[in-house]
Design a protein around this ligand. Structure first.
Ligand code: HMG
Ligand code: MG
Length: 307
């Protein structure tokens, strides 16, 4: 076993978590959520998407969110170490993000043709061609770019996806200049052996130090799959407070693995994440109440029952 000493958590609740909420969530609530998350010790928070408001109405306030966060970064030393990132699928999105002072963006592709069409309205090859100028412009502006690959362990339209196909897309993203490639189990159908086979193929294309795991928990396998890939050296985990979320283009997909559950697992393995679990649990409880939904974190529920 080669567990890492430290893990970096990329908190995606404010983006992946909220993007699928059907009731509009106001900007002030989103900003309060992001502030509370940062106060619990999370140092990488994905906060918005510069996508079409016709496609994802919940992310329509991306400018207000990212402008407010850029201001807060500029105003205080302590928060300046926090990375607030945003999704940018094309140049239009990137230019808008740059205007808001965003320092890190993410492009998002898929290992499934059908999912790529439904999610970003183009083929995999077209998406990669679209990302190239985004990367170039971002890197020119000194902005870091992360890359996502969706459907790494299954697609809602095509079923099984070959790990080799995932590896090919991951390689393209890395070669283009993504500092990290996050592997999205968009519909949470992965299981541990599948996750290990995936890693075996992908690490031939991209070193494990440049990979992240982004597992949705639809089938309740996300924590187990994380354990499996951490055994192979993955040390960056995407998760969502209170397990918020789902993908608007993956029907039935539930939220990301809950950050509280990940932090508890990491603590049990002696892996430092820098997150204050009690404070995070309170934030998960708070946002669940704001949204009027059940807390999707088992650890969050257990801790809140004690407090
Ligand atoms: P399109 O319709 O092909 O683009 O959309 P277009 O260039 O033909 O433009 C059409 C209209 O969209 C135009 O407006 C553009 O201005 C506008 P109109 O003239 O009709 O008024 N437009 C934009 N508006 C704002 N921001 C932009 C932008 N680009 C064009 N950046 C596009 C292509 C990618 C924009 C569209 O398909 C889209 O917005 N899709 C949403 C994708 C999305 O947000 N999906 C969820 C996030 S991905 C995810 O959750 C998976 C992940 O978590 C990993 C995992 O779990 O697997 C990352
Ligand atoms: Mg996702």
């Amino acid at each position: 076993m080669h567990f890492p000493d430290k893990a970096r958590i990329v908190e995606v609740g404010a983006r992946d978590g909220l993007q699928n909420e059907s009731m509009p969530v106001d900007t002030a609530t989103k900003l309060a959520l992001i502030r509370k998350l940062s106060e619990s010790g999370l140092r990488h928070i994905e906060a918005a998407s510069f996508v079409s408001p016709k496609w994802v109405p919940q992310m329509a306030d991306h400018r207000e969110i990212m402008l407010a966060l850029s201001e807060s970064v500029a105003a205080t030393d302590t928060t300046s170490v926090i990375t607030y990132s945003a999704l940018t699928p094309n140049l239009k999105g990137l230019e808008a993000a740059l205007e808001c002072g965003v320092r890190e963006v993410a492009v998002f592709g898929a290992a499934s043709e059908s999912f790529s069409q439904r999610n970003i309205n183009c083929s995999i090859a077209e998406s990669l061609a679209r990302f190239a100028p985004v990367m170039e412009r971002a890197l020119d502006a000194g902005v870091r770019v992360r890359g996502y690959v969706s459907c790494v362990m299954g697609c809602p339209y095509e079923g099984d996806i070959s790990p080799l196909q995932v590896a090919a897309v991951a390689r393209e993203l890395r070669d283009m200049g993504c500092y990290e490639v996050s592997l999205g189990d968009t519909i949470g159908t992965g299981t541990p052996f599948k996750a290990k086979r995936l890693l075996e193929a992908v690490t031939r294309a991209v070193p494990v130090a440049h990979l992240a795991a982004h597992f949705h928990d639809t089938y309740g396998q996300a924590l187990t799959n994380l354990y499996a890939v951490m055994e192979e050296g993955v040390a960056v985990i995407d998760s969502s407070v209170a397990g918020l979320g789902g993908c608007p283009y993956a029907k039935g997909a539930s939220g990301n693995v809950a950050t509280e559950d990940v932090v508890y697992l990491l603590e049990g393995l002696g892996i430092d994440s820098g997150v204050d679990l009690a404070q995070l649990a309170r934030t998960g409880d708070w946002i669940s109440r704001q949204l009027g939904r059940a807390n999707g974190s088992k650890v969050g529920q257990a801790l809140m029952a004690k407090y």
